[in-house]
Design a protein. Structure first.
Length: 134
C-alpha cells in the first residue's frame, strides 16, 4: 500500500506529520498482529487517537509541545506487549516514513521510534516482571 505525498527536502510540516500518522495507523489497523491490539485499546476512538499521535510526533520532532500524556504508563497498562509487537510496529513505521519523507527525515523519525520502542519494551518487561505485579 502506497500512501500519497512524494518525499520532500524541507522540514516535515504539521500536515506531513498528520499524513504520516494517518497512513501509518491505517496500516496498523489492517495488520494481523497489531490490528487487534489497537482495536481493543482504542475501540471507536480512532479520531482522538490519531490527533493525539499527531500531537505526539509534532512534539517529538518539531518541539511543538502539543502532546500531553504519559506514553510509558499507557503502554504499561495495556495487556502484555512483547518484543514482536514492537518489531512489527517499527517495520510498518519504517515503510511509512520511507514513503512519505525524504531519506534524512525518515531516518530521524525511525531513530526516535527505535529509541522509544526500546525504552517502552524495557519498562514493560521491568514492570511486568516486578514482584509487585506478580
Amino acid at each position: 500500500m502506497q500512501c500519497s505525498s512524494p518525499p520532500t527536502l524541507s522540514l516535515p510540516s504539521e500536515e506531513q506529520i498528520k499524513e504520516l500518522v494517518d497512513c501509518f495507523y491505517s496500516r496498523v489497523r489492517q495488520d494481523a498482529l497489531l490490528g487487534p491490539v489497537f482495536a481493543r485499546a482504542i475501540g471507536d476512538h480512532w479520531e482522538e487517537h490519531l490527533t493525539k499521535m499527531s500531537d505526539f510526533w509534532s512534539t517529538v520532532m518539531l518541539a511543538s509541545r502539543r502532546y500531553k500524556g504519559n506514553p510509558m504508563q499507557v503502554h504499561i497498562d495495556l495487556p502484555r506487549l512483547e518484543q514482536g509487537h514492537f518489531e512489527r510496529w517499527l517495520s510498518l513505521w519504517r515503510i511509512t516514513t520511507s514513503e512519505l519523507l525524504d531519506g534524512a527525515h525518515a531516518q530521524m523519525f525511525v531513530k526516535k521510534a527505535e529509541f522509544m520502542a526500546e525504552r517502552l519494551i524495557s519498562a514493560i518487561d521491568l514492570y511486568q516482571d516486578s514482584p509487585a505485579t506478580n
